[in-house]
Design a protein around this ligand. Sequence first.
Ligand SMILES: [Zn+2]
Ligand SMILES: [Zn+2]
Length: 161
Amino acid sequence: MDLGPEYARAGDAEFAARYRARCHCGAVRYEASADPVDAKLCHCRDCRVLHGAPMQWAAIFHKRHIRVTRGADALRAYSATRRGESDVPPRKLACARCGTWIADEGRRMWLAFPELFEFGDPPRVPDAFRPTCHIFYGSRVLDIADPLPKWAGHKDVSTRL
Ligand SMILES: [Zn+2]
Ligand SMILES: [Zn+2]
């Protein structure tokens, strides 16, 4: 899959990998050259069903700070809104071999899943990856007792619960 010109390229000398991520089977690997600009926990039903989890943790990067180093051809795309394959963002990208969700690909941004990052064992999560809020908390299946802002829908444009 050709991801498009927004991403960093293999030969880009300016690109210095700061973080590395990989799917479960290792067929898909990528690097990030900067900290995420934000991170959030999403409780919407699409995220819950697609990830088989009570919420989705996403860290948001500019595409220019992302470089897929292996397995771009092993990516498959799915549109949650169209409920089918998609040639264009916004869409979800997965490893076609192991099924791991790689990212939610927006038009400009790459919503990474921090679970794929190599943070060590035991993991030491950098502060920049820590969620700053809960979104679609109105659709939650679990109550979360933390001090983070909780929005009924999208951040800043929905009711704060
Ligand atoms: Zn895989
Ligand atoms: Zn969601």
